[in-house]
Design a binder for this molecule. Structure first.
Ligand SMILES: NC(=O)c1ccc[n+]([C@@H]2O[C@H](COP(=O)([O-])OP(=O)(O)OC[C@H]3O[C@@H](n4cnc5c(N)ncnc54)[C@H](O)[C@@H]3O)[C@@H](O)[C@H]2O)c1
Length: 271
């Protein structure tokens, strides 16, 4: 299917390298006729990879720390100027926990870092939505998406304080979805994605086991990043206009499983 996003303008947060989910969304959005601005934190821009993506997509990169209101204000203003009008879609593909990164377990958290985890991975979504709303930067029926993980609903030990951040993020999807939907018909959703081999994903302790477990438990297997990008495109398109305030699982069926025969066979082998 072609030109699902023809004439639409957007901002894509979180493309770090070619493994990033946001990177794949940018490629698909371009393929589907959208125009957009890429953004990431200063430290990610220093890596330089994102410039290659911008060149390929014929667009620009605007630096913004998603926890800084000032950066968000400038980003949104400059993006609407560059793109020549209000926005139709925004992707928030951001996650980082200093505690997880530095090996702090959930029962031995550094609280300053915990606040950082929440600020970067959850509150940034509220800050983004509030800034968009104050600037009236979104068109009616615009679609805003965040990426999340099932550790918001169920216990996954290695995920640490990111679980709390994701639970908050999903709550913001519902709460802001109400206000923005009522005022401006803007829709807000989160996609709960399978474990995916990216920089953020691989930072989780025991990620490979996590990945293998989900693969064995999901009837369709783990959902690849590229298919996640396809799902994002459908949610930015006009074919999903009345979907809002939802947490949508993109996980090969994992979230509705108890146990699988494949997993039982593996355990049989172990006993
Ligand atoms: N990889 C997985 O297994 C998986 C599973 C479910 C959900 N997710 C979610 O998908 C999203 C994207 O992650 P990914 O897997 O593509 O990994 P990634 O590491 O490629 O992307 C994470 C991005 O967050 C950006 N970021 C960090 N701090 C920031 C800040 N202060 N301001 C702006 N940007 C900042 C990073 O620069 C990076 O581009 C995250 O929300 C992640 O939690 C990932």
């Amino acid at each position: 299917m072609n030109n699902l996003l023809s004439g639409k303008r957007g901002i894509i947060f979180g493309a770090l390298d070619e493994n990033s989910i946001a990177w794949k969304v940018a490629l698909k959005a371009k393929e589907q006729g959208a125009s957009f601005v890429l953004t990431n934190a200063p430290v990610a821009l220093r890596m330089g990879e994102i410039n290659k993506l911008a060149e390929h997509c014929g667009t620009i990169v605007i630096q913004a720390d998603a926890t800084s209101i000032e950066d968000l204000e400038k980003l949104i203003q400059q993006s609407t100027e560059h793109l020549g009008g209000k926005l139709d879609f925004v992707l928030h593909s951001i996650g980082m926990s200093p505690n997880v990164r530095k090996g702090k377990t959930y029962t031995d958290l550094n609280y300053e870092w915990y606040l950082k985890t929440l600020d970067i991975s959850a509150l940034s979504f509220h800050k983004l939505l509030q800034t968009l709303k104050k600037q009236d930067a979104l068109n009616e029926w615009a679609s805003v998406l965040a990426l999340t993980y099932i550790a918001a609903q169920k216990a996954f030990p290695g995920y640490g304080d990111m679980a709390d951040a994701k639970a908050t993020l999903e709550s913001i999807v519902r709460s802001f979805g109400y206000y923005y939907g009522t005022d401006k018909k803007v829709r807000i959703n989160s996609i709960s994605q399978s474990p995916t081999k990216t920089t953020a994903g691989s930072g989780i302790k025991g990620f490979n086991e996590f990945f293998g477990f989900a693969e064995n438990m999901s009837p369709l297997g783990n959902a690849p990043a590229e298919d996640c990008a396809n799902y994002c495109i459908t949610l930015f398109s006009d074919f999903t206009k009345y979907v809002t305030m939802q947490n949508l699982y993109h996980d090969g069926g994992f979230s509705n499983m108890g146990v699988s025969e494949m997993m039982m066979k593996k355990l049989e082998g172990d006993s």
